[in-house]
Design a protein around this ligand. Sequence first.
Ligand code: SAH
Length: 212
Amino acid sequence: MIDPETLMQYMLSLRHAGVTNRDVLNAMERVPRHLFVTGHFRDRAYQDVPLPIASGQTISQPSVVGRMTQALEVGKRHKVLEIGTGTGFQAAILSHLARRVYTMERHRILARSATRLFQEIDLVNVTVISGDGTLGLPEQAPFDRILLTAAAEDPPSILLAQLRVGGIMVLPVGQTDAVQSLIKIEKTQDGLEYTELDKVRFVPLVQGMAND
Ligand code: SAH
């Protein structure tokens, strides 16, 4: 259980940081972040900060998750692909907004814990795939929405090819050791339209499976 005061402060911090879409806020309110972090970091689960997780990765800052989700404009009928499951926090939020969510993770150990957690909290419309997200999921393509939660040096063309015409992709672009740009790409009949949204910092998108 989250105490109501903590939850209220958390929701306020999200609004102050620009997460204003009501559906996104409702979805975030339904996903208890303390279930996605472990050990002594649990005490900080409702602060607007990124936190370390297993395999040297991070769970993103809640307000960044909120702004990315907002930018993705997810609808109830959408099939969404997320690259970079991590703890599964972002995927859980997407599951309350979309029809179906596929999320890929290159660390099997993270994919396994996320799968277990989704079963525990009864999220039945999310599928976790242990796999290299740079290849996407051709057997389920095309997707209405694609979200990367790891930074690419360029928008991966393999993933853009798996995006439906009319679809939206949101991703951090840039080098790992520098400030990255959060980019929104809309795929239209005439091609791709790019919008730069925010400055962010994410762990890198790495090709191939990890050893754990
Ligand atoms: N969305 C996560 C946080 C993402 S951290 C959450 O809500 O907790 C970024 C994740 O992307 C890391 O777990 C990292 O292992 C993963 N990642 C990096 N490159 C990847 C790739 N090629 N395929 C799949 N996952 C990848």
